[in-house]
Write a protein that binds this ligand. Structure first.
Ligand code: A2P
Length: 277
């Protein structure tokens, strides 16, 4: 039996399933298998990027899963190779070709790369792609409030989402508050902070025991209650199922406060003023 994942509204009237499948750093064949398992489990939202080099495998997974295109929310991102006036036109055409689809549900600028100073011209091209229907919604990734200030001042079509590195250790309060104030949904990449010490934090085990949930489920529920979209990655059938089984319990205010003690401070995580691709 597959689980139902609720959706959140986007400012343009579309909606996005609150939990999706992250696909970095899966190869083509790994991602194909993961998507087949994920769709079977109930996932209806897949997140990829040109830079991940796995869009062909994503397309193959979608086809093999048997899901119809209109039941699936598909995101891709264009990196710095496609920033600058009109470069995104070719970038998205190539992505659509690899994915084997005629549109994506969400197209993101992968990194602001402020030193290049091309995200405004890139956004103008994104607006054209949106108008043509090749990207139903458009948004950004790894943007800080200062980048968004500039973008919003120039944009005709506002970004619906800002996808950022976000977890109980990297809380990004300023970015989340900015998004909430401007109708930009916050989406978390690395939502369970793989490779870190997050999931072994005793506080998550203690809270999880009360609800019969794992530390990863507690963290994903924390995202859900903050109103974030989250895209945990897994290739494992059980963990894929676990990561969407977070809609049948509720963390208390005191649980949320205990989880907040895991924060590594306002400067934790990647700094997109100096990093990105
Ligand atoms: P695996 O694919 O073997 O499940 P993130 O998306 O935050 O970067 O985290 C992805 C990592 O976390 C992957 O290494 C994945 O490994 C692991 N992972 C995914 N779901 C769970 C889970 N429920 N519990 C523990 N580890 C998980």
């Amino acid at each position: 039996m597959s689980a139902h994942i609720p959706s959140l509204p986007l400012s343009n009237g579309a909606s996005i399933p609150q939990i999706g499948l992250g696909t970095s750093p899966l190869t083509d064949s790994e991602v194909t298998d993961a998507i087949v398992l994920a769709v079977e489990a109930g996932y209806r939202h897949i997140d990829t990027a040109v830079k991940y080099g796995n869009e062909k495998g994503v397309g193959e997974g979608i086809r093999r899963s048997g899901i119809s295109r209109d039941e699936l929310f598909l995101t891709t991102k264009l990196d710095g190779a496609y920033q600058g006036a009109d470069r995104a036109i070719q970038g998205l055409d190539e992505s659509l070709e690899r994915l084997g689809v005629d549109h994506v549900d969400l197209l993101l600028i992968h990194w602001p790369l402020p030193q290049r100073d091309e995200f405004i011209s890139t956004w103008k091209t994104f607006e054209k792609l949106h108008e043509q229907g090749k990207a139903t919604s458009i948004g950004v990734s790894n943007f800080k409030p200062a980048h968004l200030d500039r973008l919003l001042a120039e944009a005709t079509v506002p970004p619906v989402i800002n996808q950022i590195q976000l977890s109980p250790q990297i809380v990004r309060e300023e970015q989340r508050a900015y998004g909430a104030a401007h109708g930009i949904l916050t989406e978390a990449w690395s939502p369970i902070s793989a490779g870190d010490d997050l999931l072994s934090a005793p506080v998550l085990a203690t809270i999880g025991e009360r609800y019969g949930k794992t530390p990863a489920q507690v963290v994903l529920r924390w995202h859900v209650q903050l109103g974030n979209v989250a895209i945990p990655k897994s290739t494992n059938r059980d963990r894929l199922a676990q990561n969407i089984d977070v809609f049948d319990f509720e963390l208390t205010e005191s649980d949320m406060a205990d989880i907040a003690t895991l924060s590594k401070g306002p400067d934790a995580g990647v700094d997109s003023d100096v990093s990105g691709h």
